[in-house]
Structures are given as structure tokens and as C-alpha cells.
Ligand binder design. Structure first.
Ligand SMILES: *[C@@H]1O[C@H](CO)[C@@H](O)[C@H](O)[C@H]1NC(C)=O
Ligand SMILES: *[C@@H]1O[C@H](CO)[C@@H](O)[C@H](O)[C@H]1NC(C)=O
Ligand SMILES: *[C@@H]1O[C@H](CO)[C@@H](O)[C@H](O)[C@H]1NC(C)=O
Ligand SMILES: *[C@@H]1O[C@H](CO)[C@@H](O)[C@H](O)[C@H]1NC(C)=O
Ligand SMILES: *[C@@H]1O[C@H](CO)[C@@H](O)[C@H](O)[C@H]1NC(C)=O
Ligand SMILES: *[C@@H]1O[C@H](CO)[C@@H](O)[C@H](O)[C@H]1NC(C)=O
Ligand SMILES: *[C@@H]1O[C@H](CO)[C@@H](O)[C@H](O)[C@H]1NC(C)=O
Ligand SMILES: *[C@@H]1O[C@H](CO)[C@@H](O)[C@H](O)[C@H]1NC(C)=O
Ligand SMILES: *[C@@H]1O[C@H](CO)[C@@H](O)[C@H](O)[C@H]1NC(C)=O
Ligand SMILES: *[C@@H]1O[C@H](CO)[C@@H](O)[C@H](O)[C@H]1NC(C)=O
Ligand SMILES: *[C@@H]1O[C@H](CO)[C@@H](O)[C@H](O)[C@H]1NC(C)=O
Ligand SMILES: *[C@@H]1O[C@H](CO)[C@@H](O)[C@H](O)[C@H]1NC(C)=O
Length: 354
């Protein structure tokens, strides 16, 4: 008994010592989108347990957000304290963004709201936020088997006029606003403004920082069903009914790289054709070169049962002048001068030795 009391006191102290989590995100205009949040698993677990905890319909959304191969098994082990990014639907009403209908948590024997908020969901939500969302006036009164909705914080707001994906990032020990801004290709000012911080000194390890993630640009048409597809650096997304996979790698000029997923569509039917119209029978993601012209077949979205494509020409042909082009001529000249220089050195050396 005494031990329990001591432990409770310790927990209370610990709860007061940790930064006050009143984490909610501003989301000015009514909208829905996808958001990311870090989940720090308290115990060793598996991907499928995390999928179940967050009531995500597809394992592939976790794989995509963490850039794990699509072939990764549900039993893939996750270590204690490992950070897994969760991709979830977000809806904005009344100035704040919350997860749209997920997760739903079923109370088990011995659960308390503090345990659920601070441990099971690793502090992504507070006790009072669970109370508000579920109309619970007495936090000590929850029943085994009761379903609780867990409204995760998120946002759909544009940042600096750009469409971004908002990422609730758990601030690592020893990091700085400057470092985080650099890591995610945003600015210190943006991070401070978005998170209502007056100075970078207010950053606290373990708190959740709203980081706007720049997404790769794409050739998806604005009449496509996935016209608002946002894929941040080092993640991928399945789209067009899982028939196309699009990857974002900042190192490739922030241009979205889409290829056929090679997966059978779930349900009836297989994936429709993904060939570009025109010469070459190019498939999405393929290109062909003819001299200095490079033609690429790109994904342009989908509608109903059709996958849209677009052929793009990237010409590195010299603007004026014929032949092999000015640049390669210069390279050849440089090479020639190089040979001449070597020859001179050789001649001089031979003369010197003599
Ligand atoms: C999950 O998969 C189902 C069936 O394949 C699909 O209808 C749904 O859009 C997917 N949801 C997400 C979030 O990817
Ligand atoms: C919207 O927010 C206002 C003030 O924050 C609050 O009074 C009102 O009840 C909220 N409405 C809904 C539907 O949550
Ligand atoms: C972590 O594991 C310990 C011991 O197995 C258990 O008591 C605790 O409830 C677990 N925590 C969570 C959040 O599952
Ligand atoms: C919330 O609970 C109170 C009683 O605890 C009840 O009177 C009220 O109608 C409930 N509100 C909603 C929206 O369920
Ligand atoms: C993109 O992701 C890679 C892999 O995590 C990382 O090394 C790189 O710094 C990131 N670039 C930007 C601009 O975010
Ligand atoms: C984002 O990265 C690009 C290079 O990929 C760089 O030119 C730009 O300055 C970066 N923006 C910010 C705000 O760091
Ligand atoms: C930030 O600055 C504003 C106005 O200067 C002040 O009201 C607020 O208390 C400050 N916030 C913190 C956390 O210091
Ligand atoms: C959609 O794109 C077309 C050009 O491809 C443009 O003319 C049109 O204004 C765009 N519509 C919207 C709503 O952005
Ligand atoms: C063209 O795309 C198909 C399907 O993605 C792929 O199997 C093939 O290797 C690609 N061909 C070239 C030349 O890249
Ligand atoms: C490259 O493309 C341009 C424009 O389509 C065309 O005029 C030119 O003949 C092409 N050059 C080669 C080498 O294919
Ligand atoms: C989608 O299909 C419906 C009926 O099958 C059709 O009325 C509609 O025009 C189609 N939309 C597009 C963009 O093809
Ligand atoms: C065109 O090709 C060059 C060289 O391969 C590349 O550096 C450039 O980014 C490409 N431009 C576009 C718009 O894809």
C-alpha cells in the first residue's frame, strides 16, 4: 500500500515535471488532409500492434510513412523507445485540427486515463483532451470495454503560401530549433511562429513540435482524385487504388517519382494500363533518350478506373549552334590541353634527365 502511494506520488511529481502538454494545433480553415505524428513506443512491440493501437485500416500507410518496403511483414519488430511515424487523416473544425475518427481505444482491465494518455499513446494527448472528446466528467470513472476516441493533434493549414504536410515531431534530446529547421528544410522563424514560441530557448526535449514538411512537386492534374497528394521527403505513398507508388527524395530535385506498384488492386480487377500515349510505349516512370532529348512518362493522377499520364520532354540540347554542343566541345578542348601539358612535362623531364 505504502509502496503504491509512493509510486503514485512519484508519478504525480513526474507528471508535473514534464512539460505541460496542452498540445493542439491551429488549423484556421475547415479542411481535411493527412498528417504525421511521432509515436514513441513505450515497450518492444510490432508494426501490427501499432496498426491496431491507432486503428489504422492499412499497414501500408505505416510502411510508407517510415519508408519501409511494402513487403515488410506485420510482425516486424519495433524496439522500446523507437520512433515510428503515424500517418493519419486529419480534419479541421473550429480552428483546431484533430484526427478524423481514429484512433479508437478500448479500455482494458486496470487502465486509467493517465496511463492511456501518457503511456499507451506516449503523451500525444492529455487526459483532459480524452475527457472532452468522450464527454467524461469523472476521469476516474472509465469502464472496461468502453471505447474512447483519441483525437490526435494535426493541421491542414498552408504555411507561407505552400501546401505542406504537418508533422507532430517529438523533440529529441539536445536538438535546437535551428537544427530541426535545417533537417526538415524549413526556417527557424516558421517553426517559432507555428508553435507559438517566443524564442528558440523555449524548445523543450520531449515536447511535440509542429514541423511543416515540404512535399515533392508532381505532375498530378488538378482534376485527379489525388490532386492534393502530399509526399514529404524520405516517404512514399500508394495511390490510384494502390496501383501506383510515388516516392519523394529531396536529392532528386524534390520531384515526385511515381511507378506502377505492381500490386493487384484489392477487391475485383487488376490495375489498369499505365502506358503513356505516343511513341515508345513508355510506362510510368520510364524515360527514353534520343540525342540530347529525354522523354519521360509521368504519373498525372487518376479518375474512376483510368490512370492519367503525361509525357514530358527534358531537352539539354544547346540553344544555338550545331554539332555536339558547346559543352562537350569545351570538355574535349580541356582534355586536349591536358594531354599537351603532360607531353610538355614529359619532354622537359627527359631533357632534364639527359
Ligand atoms: C486502405 O485500404 C483500403 C482497401 O484497399 C482502401 O479502400 C483505403 O483507401 C485504404 N486506406 C488508406 C488510408 O490507405
Ligand atoms: C468552437 O469553439 C468555441 C470557442 O473556442 C466554443 O465555444 C464552441 O463550443 C466550439 N464549437 C464546437 C462545435 O466545438
Ligand atoms: C509495457 O510493459 C510492461 C511490462 O510488460 C507493462 O506493465 C506495461 O503495461 C506496458 N506498457 C504499455 C503501454 O503497454
Ligand atoms: C455528457 O454527459 C452528461 C452527463 O454526464 C450528459 O448530460 C450530456 O448529455 C452528455 N453530452 C453529450 C454530448 O453526450
Ligand atoms: C531527406 O531525407 C534524407 C533521408 O532521411 C535525409 O538524409 C535528407 O537530409 C533529407 N533532406 C531534406 C532536405 O529534408
Ligand atoms: C530547402 O532546400 C533547398 C535545397 O533543396 C534550399 O535551396 C532551400 O534554401 C531550403 N529552404 C530552407 C527554408 O531551408
Ligand atoms: C511570449 O511573448 C508574449 C508577448 O511578448 C507574452 O505575452 C508571452 O507570455 C510569452 N510567452 C512565453 C511562453 O514566454
Ligand atoms: C486546373 O488546371 C488547369 C490547367 O491544367 C487550369 O486551367 C485550371 O484553372 C486549374 N483549375 C483549378 C481549380 O486550379
Ligand atoms: C519501364 O517500366 C517497367 C514497369 O515499371 C519496368 O519493368 C521496366 O524495367 C522499365 N523499363 C526501363 C527501360 O526503365
Ligand atoms: C529534340 O526535341 C526537339 C523538340 O521536340 C526537336 O526539334 C529536336 O529535333 C529533337 N532533337 C533530337 C536530337 O531528337
Ligand atoms: C467517372 O465515371 C462516371 C460514371 O461512370 C462518369 O459520369 C464521370 O464522367 C467519370 N469521370 C471522369 C472524370 O472520367
Ligand atoms: C533535365 O535533365 C537535367 C540533366 O539530366 C537535370 O539536371 C534537370 O533537372 C532536368 N530538368 C527537369 C525539369 O527535369
Amino acid at each position: 500500500m505504502a509502496r503504491t502511494n509512493f509510486f503514485s506520488a512519484f508519478l504525480l511529481f513526474f507528471a508535473m515535471a514534464t512539460p505541460p502538454s496542452t498540445f493542439s494545433l491551429r488549423c484556421a480553415s475547415p479542411a481535411s488532409c493527412n498528417s504525421l505524428i511521432d509515436y514513441v513506443s513505450p515497450n518492444a512491440t510490432t508494426l501490427s500492434s501499432i496498426q491496431t493501437l491507432f486503428t489504422l485500416p492499412n499497414l501500408s500507410s505505416i510502411l510508407a510513412a517510415n519508408n519501409l518496403p511494402l513487403s515488410t511483414l506485420p510482425t516486424y519488430p519495433i524496439a522500446s523507445k523507437q520512433i515510428i511515424k503515424i500517418l493519419f487523416p486529419c480534419i479541421c473544425t473550429n480552428g483546431t485540427g484533430i484526427s478524423n475518427g481514429l484512433p479508437s481505444y478500448t479500455v482494458i482491465h486496470g487502465d486509467g486515463l493517465y496511463h492511456i494518455a501518457a503511456e499507451v499513446f506516449s503523451g500525444l494527448i492529455t487526459v483532459s483532451q480524452i475527457q472532452t472528446a468522450n464527454n467524461i466528467s469523472n476521469p476516474d470513472l472509465i469502464l472496461e470495454g468502453q471505447k474512447l476516441s483519441i483525437p490526435l493533434p494535426c493541421s491542414c493549414d498552408d504555411v507561407d503560401g505552400q501546401k505542406v504536410m504537418h508533422y507532430g515531431h517529438v523533440v529529441p534530446e539536445g536538438s535546437s530549433v535551428e537544427g530541426i529547421a535545417q533537417e526538415f528544410n524549413t526556417s527557424q522563424d516558421t517553426l517559432l511562429r507555428l508553435n507559438n514560441l517566443n524564442s528558440s530557448k523555449e524548445l523543450m526535449a520531449g515536447s511535440i513540435l509542429d514541423v511543416p514538411l515540404r512535399a515533392c512537386s508532381s505532375t498530378i492534374k488538378n482534376n485527379s482524385m489525388d490532386y492534393n497528394l502530399l509526399v514529404p521527403n524520405d516517404t512514399y505513398a500508394l495511390t490510384a487504388n494502390n496501383c501506383v507508388v510515388c516516392k519523394c527524395d529531396a536529392a532528386l530535385q524534390w520531384v515526385l517519382q511515381c511507378v506502377p506498384s505492381g500490386q493487384l488492386k484489392t477487391g475485383a480487377g487488376s490495375c489498369p494500363s499505365v502506358l503513356c500515349e505516343g511513341p515508345g510505349n513508355l510506362s510510368i516512370g520510364n524515360s527514353t533518350s534520343s540525342g540530347c532529348n529525354r522523354t519521360t512518362c509521368s504519373y498525372a493522377g487518376y479518375n474512376n478506373q483510368t490512370i492519367l499520364t503525361t509525357l514530358a520532354l527534358n531537352s539539354t540540347c544547346p540553344a544555338v549552334g550545331g554539332g555536339g554542343g558547346g559543352e562537350s566541345l569545351a570538355v574535349r578542348l580541356r582534355g586536349w590541353r591536358h594531354m599537351l601539358l603532360l607531353f610538355l612535362i614529359f619532354t622537359v623531364s627527359v631533357a632534364y634527365v639527359r
